[in-house]
Design a protein around this ligand. Structure first.
Ligand code: GBH
Length: 454
């Protein structure tokens, strides 16, 4: 017979961090309150046709007013840490000018509430809500935005640095650059291949400038969160497919990992994209700035990619220079996003990062799945269970993985998908704003309690 053996119990290392993650624009609401300025997501979501059913983050989960209730929920779930992002336009409404104290006050209250419940605050300084004023001056395609980011980072550190341990500069610069300026499905909705590559560099630079500024201000745990594309050749025996995977790995992954962790852009990637841009935005000394030491690297993971060489295939706008390369359609089980589920891919990714960029502790800063609305969510439990086992396999292979943050604490504004896609382990009723634990939240509480899986 071929009966599968039941999975056996696993335990995570002592001190393994268990958390959940959210982002400001996705949950806060209060878009016009207490001096918050407009962000590119306000503009984008109010532009007809950009976001599903015209949804906006105006109210979202009303977390701005309900943060205390939400922190109580987190405490009920035994969370050791909570990853949230700070909205730049609450702190500096026009990106560079006067500081809005009422914006800082909110994150101050949230931080104290978390600490009072024994939950470690993990701050992300940028999760995509760029002040609109800065976009009007060129956004991430111009250098000034990187400089403004480093100043803003220091303002936030000045207020919270005595209580917040972990400082993450950017969330997923891949998305900001390529979805924002490449294929335009995210704010600011531009379709400009050369601009998207300038954006990559200015995001890298923003990270480096901020990491240096935070370090000199006294920050001890500095980080960035990347969303690597776990890419494989469809046919590993076909050299053309292997070459295709290498190109995608370059423009999606190594263009971030290499300058940040090795201090230089990979020569093959620069060569490859020089057909699209003259690269004049890279100035002497930039790579050294970007190579600022970090203490932990955040990894967000959802799904693998498989590519093959396909002559005549037009370039995907979110992968500049990808003409002649086809992405395979997902096979097997998918989530409500249509994303293929393949936990082994996470093990491959973590072991690869550990091998190619040794010496930096890793943290899963997002992992989770969208499923149709409901509080009974066995498929989400199955997804998270399988991915935690994949993390454990990576640990067994020697990967220095320090923690796991489930995406997301609660259902929220899923960017271009609006409220139609639900990633929460807590259900949100958007009419009453009532929160109800899904089965996955109750299950996750037990995972945290036993520091492992049954
Ligand atoms: C994260 O982005 C965000 O940080 C978070 O705010 C968001 O809510 C969450 O994920 C869920 O989307 O079409 O099969 O090639 C993740 C963005 C997801 C972009 C996977 C690339 C490739 C999927 N990434 N995606 S596929």
């Amino acid at each position: 017979t071929s009966a599968q053996p039941a999975p056996t119990g696993i335990t995570f290392p002592d001190g393994f961090v268990w958390g959940t993650a959210t982002a400001s624009y996705q949950i806060e609401g209060a878009a016009r309150e207490d001096g918050r300025g407009p962000s590119i997501w306000d503009t984008f979501s109010r532009t007809p046709g950009k976001v599903f059913a015209g949804h906006t983050g105006d109210v979202a989960c009303d977390h701005y007013h309900r943060y205390a209730e939400d922190v109580a929920l987190m405490a009920d779930l035994n969370l050791g840490a909570y990853r949230f992002s700070v909205a730049w336009p609450r702190i500096r409404p026009d990106g560079t000018g006067p500081v809005n104290t009422r914006g800082l006050d909110f994150y101050d209250r949230l931080t104290d509430e978390l600490l009072s419940k024994g939950i470690d605050p993990v701050v992300t300084l940028y999760h995509w809500d760029l002040p609109q004023t800065l976009e009007d001056r060129g956004g991430w395609t111009v250098r000034e935005t990187a400089e403004a980011f480093a100043e803003y980072a220091q303002v936030v550190f000045g207020r919270l640095g005595d209580r917040v341990g972990t400082w993450t500069t950017l969330n997923e610069p891949w998305c900001s650059a390529y979805l924002g300026y490449g294929n335009g499905i995210h704010a600011p909705g531009r379709q400009d291949p050369a601009g998207s590559l300038a954006a990559v560099h200015h995001l890298n630079l923003a990270h480096g400038l901020a990491a240096r500024a935070l370090r000199s201000a006294g920050a001890r745990n500095i980080s960035i969160t990347l969303n690597p594309c776990e890419v494989s050749p469809l046919d590993p025996a076909n050299p053309a497919d292997v070459a295709a995977a290498r190109i995608i790995d370059g423009v999606a992954n190594r263009i971030f990992f290499d300058p940040i962790l090795r201090g230089h852009y990979p020569a093959d990637v620069l060569e490859h994209v020089s057909r699209i841009t003259d690269l004049s935005f890279i100035k002497d000394g930039d790579e050294e700035i970007i190579n600022a030491p970090i203490d932990v690297l955040g990894i967000n993971f959802y799904t693998p990619s498989y590519v093959s060489a396909k002559p005549g295939q037009p370039a995907a706008l979110d992968y500049p220079g990808s003409e002649g390369i086809a992405f395979r359609k997902p096979v097997g089980p998918v989530t409500d996003m249509g994303w293929q589920i393949e936990p082994e891919s996470l093990t491959r990714l973590l072991t690869r990062i550990h091998r190619d960029y040794p010496g930096t502790p890793l943290m899963i800063t997002e992992n989770g799945a969208a499923y149709p609305e409901g509080v009974h969510d066995p498929l989400r439990i199955e997804y998270v269970d399988a991915h935690l086992r994949a993390c454990h396999d990576a640990l067994a292979a020697g990967v220095d993985l320090r923690g796991y943050f489930a995406w997301s604490l609660m259902d929220n504004f899923e960017w271009a998908e609006g409220y139609a896609k639900r990633f929460g382990i807590v259900h949100v009723d958007y009419t009453t704003q009532q929160r109800v634990l899904k089965d996955s939240a109750k299950w996750y509480r037990e995972v945290i309690r036993r520091n492992g899986l049954e």
